[in-house]
Design a protein around this ligand. Structure first.
Ligand code: 6PG
Length: 229
């Protein structure tokens, strides 16, 4: 089933604007209450506009700490890296201390990067906010199946159906180990998986997303579902 807090907004620009407002609100609350804001960034293209909007915000960036949900095993400066997109449109434009930005070292190869990133995330959970996207097949992060290792906090992914085949991903429980999840889904090509999820399909996204998550979809992705804006 879909999380309880779902909204269908007019278009990707509105989704990005609402997502930006939610991220800022969570950051200000976390910094006020705990002095730090730990956010896990989604990969793929959907969150790019949200990241661009965040680049223009005036924030106490010194208290932000950045992680990623997953990474593709490509060279660290490769344009296809999830870390490079966020760095290019947002992180290189704001004053988050470099030691508080934790890209997944996927250039080391999936197994070694998963082992390294496990050490990074283990004593930083629970995260304050985890951003997630969804693929057309209902995957999220680089979790393409629900039948993998259920225990390891961070896993090496081999043979991923979405290139590149080699990836690193936070596992389901790690993606759920947070105070809030925010799921961003836009585009007509996502409508069938979103509808299947609403109908109870046991997709990876359904396994990763908690019932109390916030889901923002645009009208194209949400056209087959019946949750209200
Ligand atoms: C990746 C992402 C992946 C992404 C979905 C949606 O590395 O590809 O982590 O999980 O979030 O595939 O991708 P789009 O946002 O590009 O549609």
């Amino acid at each position: 089933m879909l999380p309880v807090n779902c909204k269908v907004l007019a278009d990707p620009e509105e989704v990005a604007g609402q997502a930006c407002r939610i991220v800022i609100a969570e950051a200000e609350a976390a910094i006020r209450e705990r002095g730090m804001f730990r956010i896990v960034l989604a990969g793929g293209s959907t969150p790019q506009r949200t990241y661009e909007m965040l680049a223009g915000m005036a924030q106490d960036w010194s208290a932000w700490e950045i992680f990623w949900s997953d990474e593709r095993c490509l060279p660290s400066d490769h344009a296809g890296r999830n870390s490079c997109m966020a760095q290019d449109v947002w992180l290189s434009h704001v004053a988050i201390p470099a030691g508080q930005i934790h890209p997944i070292p996927a250039e080391l190869g999936a197994a070694r990067a998963a082992a390294e990133y496990t050490k990074v995330v283990l004593d930083r959970k629970p995260f304050d906010l985890v951003l997630l996207g969804m693929g057309e097949d209902g995957h999220t992060a680089s979790l393409f199946s629900t039948s993998g290792d259920p225990i390891a906090p961070v896993i090496a992914v081999h043979g991923a159906p979405k290139p590149p085949a080699e990836r690193v991903s936070l596992n389901f429980e790690t993606l759920r180990a947070c105070r809030k999840q925010l799921v961003l889904i836009t585009g007509a090509e996502k409508a069938p998986a979103l509808f299947a999820w609403q109908q109870g399909a046991t997709l990876p996204i359904a396994h990763a997303v908690r019932n109390d998550a916030c889901l923002l979809a645009d009208a194209e992705a949400g056209r087959s579902t019946n949750f209200m804006a």
